[in-house]
Design a protein around this ligand. Structure first.
Ligand SMILES: Cc1cc2nc3c(=O)[nH]c(=O)nc-3n(C[C@H](O)[C@H](O)[C@H](O)COP(=O)(O)OP(=O)(O)OC[C@H]3O[C@@H](n4cnc5c(N)ncnc54)[C@H](O)[C@@H]3O)c2cc1C
Length: 421
């Protein structure tokens, strides 16, 4: 048992045997729900149960230990899963200015980066977690951990929440158990089973914001550490562009990572589930089409092809792309045959990546899929199928892009659940 629970075991246990609100999960969404539940109904007994030894673990590891709390421009287009209208409705209730003011009030000033991402000015993710825990306690919420919840059952008097530690009854329960990503943080996906047992459907779950893998002998794996701006396109079997992201791509020993790879991963994986013939194509030179690049090669005269490529690409990548196109890097432009030009233009601007898979939930920042918002009343985040049950955070079928959007969903949906319970 941790310090929080150990310090006042008897009084806390006694006080919490029955509660007005039980919140399952002390992550981003659950803590915000606890703060607003406590603040909105003074004197009510709010109990937060978390299965992990350390609650809020994901907040601490987020953003490389800096926690990208939100983004200065948040709208539903940054999200996937449920309908944009439904997502927007929840986001509007707790928007970015409200989020900034909320954290400022908690003693965490946020600073905007040039990219639009907002981080704590101190650069410490732990400050965000600590401030949320403090504010939840100040709002009179009792935070008990480790208290893994195995079941939630509905009865005539409300809901019963149970685990190896015993059980609690409450008229209102908030399920804020997160998704399946990084299960060692405490979010192992059991919350979906609980929601299913109470009548909810769960849309297919798959890792999102996840690095992608390539064959071990693919040339990209030998470029580990190299980061370039590139465009990634998800292409259907019929050649239709399904989604596209331009941004930083990081070559690694296992394949590809970096912001635009993470962003496109959920769209690629989802399309692949629909049709295994889906492909992922990279353009290392985002402004160029294959035709335009071929044309450009015709005009480089005595310059070697690798010399030309090095004008806009790192030397190691330039050499690797020549090899992939089967073109000698020293070939002067005017000696390049038509087939060579065409092969090089394709390798540079339309290279199909033989993706072998993804790094799975252990390495995914978020889980795509979950409880569809159509099963939730969005004014209160109360379940439409199980009265008294509220849902918020990643357990819902909502996942956002890199940039603070996932936390913004957690803050906003947690707020709506908290003020409503
Ligand atoms: C490495 C990494 C970096 C990230 N960086 C960012 C970032 O910088 N910006 C951003 O916007 N998003 C980021 N995310 C995503 C973000 O962390 C999540 O979207 C967000 O934490 C979801 O909040 P949540 O409260 O729904 O779930 P979680 O934060 O996962 O919290 C769920 C809580 O429920 C508890 N729990 C689960 N099951 C049970 C159970 N059966 N009984 C009791 N307790 C249970 C867990 O222990 C956990 O404490 C990152 C994610 C990862 C993995």
């Amino acid at each position: 048992m941790t310090a929080t629970a150990a310090k006042r075991p008897r009084s806390t246990e006694a006080q919490c045997r029955e509660a007005d609100v039980v919140i399952v999960g002390a992550g981003a969404a659950g803590l915000v729900a606890a703060i607003w539940a406590g603040r909105s109904a003074r004197g009510s007994r709010v109990v937060v149960l978390d299965g992990a030894r350390k609650p809020g673990a994901k907040i601490v590891i987020a953003g490389g230990g800096r926690c990208n709390v939100t983004h200065d421009h948040v709208d539903a287009s940054a999200y996937a899963g449920s309908s944009p209208r439904a997502i927007a409705k929840v986001l509007r209730r707790f928007d970015v200015p409200k989020t900034i003011a909320f954290f400022e009030e908690l003693g965490v000033d946020l600073e905007r980066e040039a990219t639009g991402k907002l981080f704590p000015a101190t650069g410490r993710a732990a400050a965000v977690r600590d401030a949320l825990l403090r504010a939840a306690r100040e709002a009179n919420a009792a935070i008990l951990h480790p208290r893994r919840v195995e079941t939630v059952t509905a009865g005539p008097g409300g809901l019963a929440v149970a685990g190896p530690w015993g059980s609690l009854h409450a008229p209102r329960v908030v399920l804020a158990t997160g998704g399946r990503s990084v299960p060692k943080s405490g979010s192992d996906g059991h919350g979906y089973e609980i929601a299913r047992s109470l009548g909810h459907t769960i849309t297919p779950l798959f890792p999102a914001l996840v690095p992608l893998t390539l064959r071990k002998d693919h040339f990209i794996t030998r470029l580990a550490g190299l980061s370039v701006e590139a465009t990634l396109d998800v292409m259907s079997a019929t050649g239709k562009r399904l989604s596209s992201f331009t941004g930083s791509v990081l070559c690694t020993h296992f394949g590809l990572s970096g912001p635009s790879v993470l962003d496109i991963s959920r769209f690629y994986i989802e399309a692949l589930i629909d049709d295994p013939r889906t492909s992922l194509v990279i353009n290392w030179f985002p402004e160029r089409t294959p035709g335009a690049f071929e044309h450009e090669l015709l005009a480089i005269g005595n310059t070697s092809v690798s010399g030309h490529l090095r004008r806009f690409l790192p030397g190691r990548l330039a050499g690797a792309l020549c090899a992939a196109a089967n073109v000698h890097p020293k070939t002067p432009g005017h000696q390049l045959c038509r087939d060579g030009r065409r092969a090089l233009a394709r390798a540079v601007t339309r290279l199909t990546l033989p993706i072998t898979g993804n790094r799975g939930f252990d390495h995914a920042e978020v889980t795509a899929g979950g409880i569809p918002l159509k099963e939730i009343c969005l004014d209160t985040m109360e379940s439409r199928v199980c009265p008294g049950l509220h849902l918020c955070g990643e357990i819902c079928d909502v996942d956002g892009r890199i940039g603070g959007f996932n936390f913004q969903w957690a803050w906003a949906s947690g707020y709506v659940a908290g003020v409503s319970v």
